[in-house]
Ligand binder design. Structure first.
Ligand code: MLT
Length: 271
């Protein structure tokens, strides 16, 4: 638990060594990183915060901005006295936040892992959709939004093959606070276009995506990986938006290989 002014942030933490900061998607929580905390927590120190208003962190009044969320994460690292640069792994909204964190704190970033995310900003139509969703959540609570999102988060086959996973993620979303959901919708709506920044990214970068992602087309991930100097791309077949939960072992394997290639055995423990 980290107390910063009037804001208390809850986070999960694993071991010592190179730090991997896991930034969850919308409207999820650090619980979405369960297989990574378990699997990768053995080889690096994994920190997985619940972003403002989501999971068990405080639900401050909306709207939020990506700048505020990035500052929350920097304050968490400060509170944990983690001064060395960290590997920032962001999923979807967490990827938008990873770009913002890198813009604001480039010296704190050792590498980027961009998972099921995009560099572009929202179109005007998508911005309007965010406002409609925020009004709906204000009036009707989070459950209807969680139900609608659950239809799009997974590769189509997952609904039949792994209904427990769909239930786990749907309940995680439905548990989000109304403030947190509205706040993060505003943060995503107002985020800047990160596309012009891609060619200047100067840290090792891994792009991970599923070819059945119904929220962000894999072509966007391919274009992103083509533009970021030296970026690696891991494209998983038959996998949707929740790539780290739909293919947890394959996801952990590519991340482990990426970490070992870029940081060697001194910083990354053997399993
Ligand atoms: C997410 O998965 O974090 C969101 O669906 C991303 C978005 O709405 O742009």
């Amino acid at each position: 638990m980290n107390k910063n002014d009037d804001f208390t942030m809850v986070y999960q933490d694993s071991a010592a060594g190179l730090t991997l900061l896991l930034l969850h998607g919308f409207p999820l929580s650090s619980a979405m990183w369960e297989p990574q905390i378990e699997g990768l927590g053995e080889i690096v120190r994994v920190i997985a915060p619940d972003l403002r208003g989501l999971g068990e962190s405080d639900s401050a009044e909306p709207p939020y901005s990506l700048a505020t969320l990035a500052d929350d994460c920097a304050a968490l690292l400060d509170a944990l006295t983690i001064d060395d640069p960290v590997v920032v792994c962001g999923m979807s909204m967490g990827g938008y936040l990873a770009f913002e964190f890198y813009r604001r704190y480039p010296e704190r970033v050792a590498a980027l892992i961009l998972t099921a995310t995009r560099a572009g900003a929202d179109s005007e139509i998508v911005k309007k959709g965010r406002d409609i969703a925020a009004a709906d959540v204000h009036a009707n609570g989070v459950a209807p939004l969680a139900g609608r999102m659950a239809q799009k988060l997974f590769a189509p086959a997952v609904h039949e093959e792994d209904p427990d996973l769909v239930t786990f993620v749907t309940e995680m979303m439905a548990d989000s606070s109304i403030n947190g959901v509205r706040g993060c919708l505003a943060a995503m709506r107002d985020r800047p276009d990160s596309t012009p920044d891609l060619a200047a990214i100067a840290v090792p970068t891994l792009v991970v995506h599923g070819d059945q992602d119904l929220i962000i087309n894999s072509a966007e991930a391919e274009a992103m990986a083509d533009t970021i100097p030296g970026a690696a791309l891991a494209l998983f077949e038959g996998v949707g938006h929740m790539v780290n939960l739909e293919a947890p072992e394959a996801f952990n394997d590519v991340v482990q290989t990426f970490l070992q290639m870029n940081f060697g055995d001194e910083d990354v423990n053997e399993e």
